[in-house]
Design a protein around this ligand. Sequence first.
Ligand SMILES: [Zn+2]
Length: 253
Amino acid sequence: MCVAALIALIAAVGGAAAQPGRRAISIIVSGGTVITENGARQVLAPGSVAIDGTDIVDVGTPDAMAAKYQARESVDARGQVVLPGLINTHTHAPMVMYRGLADDLALMDWLQQYIFPAEAKTVSPEMVRIGTRLAALEMIESGTTTFVDMYYFEEEIARAAFGAGLRGVLGQTIIQFPVADAKTPADGLARAERFIREFNDNGLIVPAVAPHALYTNDLATLTASAELGRKYGVPVLIHFAETEDEVRTAREK
Ligand SMILES: [Zn+2]
């Protein structure tokens, strides 16, 4: 729901309640430059944001908001910017563990000579859990509140993200060769289906199917991945057209 709609909703609720005095809420963030991203792209400098439970309930000038709300917790945001959370639209969170392993290489050299061999030796539920918790800390610290991910043991990533209070569009990887969590693409597809069933009703997690790429899956696996996505109405995530080589290979196939 957009902020403008939220404000309209709150105005209606406030009118219906018609109680004297200020409304009790959980948190007020006051005094910062508030970038609303509402329909009018309104920027309040200074502004305040009222939060109750999991909802942003109102945005306005600090004086107006102080007159309307009694917050249990106040955050002084003077000198800071308050804006909607950033969204990381593509990552593999546990790969923070490989930071510095190999950089500035062509994609296929990086993958085939360094990353795939390292993953074959080190990917485990524990590695994925620890890596995601580190990545979650870094994302939160830099203002990221939602991330799109594709990796192995994706259920560990989902649990760590949920535990950290992050939103995630998270895809169980499907790949043609044997990997840590699946010996065959059929194993990967079965895993993906279990993952979707487990997290389909989670308030923060959107489960997805993630065939790795055109160059790491055959046509049957790609087709089955798409069918699985359609069966449950979930997103399908895939690496696509990352390099000129990949585009050329895809066209040849
Ligand atoms: Zn990627």
